[in-house]
Design a protein. Structure first.
Length: 135
């Protein structure tokens, strides 16, 4: 996948709209499955697209707040058990380290998991049984 989010023009349009609205920041999310389509790999084309996006934001006076995870996980991650697997933390940590190496000079504000309760509540309900799970 060379175009994260299904259309990079949409991502760059977010920057243009932020400028038009006189915003000083914008939230953008990374597509983990596009950046790491195979375990241990890194799609440099997609990485450069994000670098261009973050550089465009900075040069426009817009501070990017970047979400590391917002819903898309690579198939290889799911095949290993996804977030419920013991290895999920170390696999995500490797992705985050690569992300920091690639984008750390362009981004200083990070969101680890966008809307974490969206993922945590169903996971807890599935693991502990919906009748046992209470807020």
């Amino acid at each position: 996948m060379d175009d994260p989010g299904g259309g990079s023009e949409h991502l760059f349009r977010s920057i243009e709209q932020a400028v038009q609205r006189h915003q000083n920041s914008v939230r953008l999310q990374l597509d983990w499955s596009a950046l790491q389509p195979e375990e241990g790999s890194w799609d440099q084309t997609v990485g450069r697209l994000y670098q261009d996006l973050f550089a465009e934001a900075r040069s426009s006076g817009i501070l990017p707040f970047v979400s590391l995870f917002q819903g898309t996980v690579p198939h290889w991650f799911l095949s290993q058990g996804g977030w419920m697997a013991d290895a999920s933390v170390s696999l995500f940590n490797k992705y985050v380290s690569l992300t920091a190496d690639w984008f750390g000079d362009l981004c200083s504000h990070w969101v680890t998991i966008e809307t974490p309760l969206y993922y945590a509540v169903p996971g807890c309900a599935a693991r502990f049984g919906s009748s046992e799970f209470r807020w």
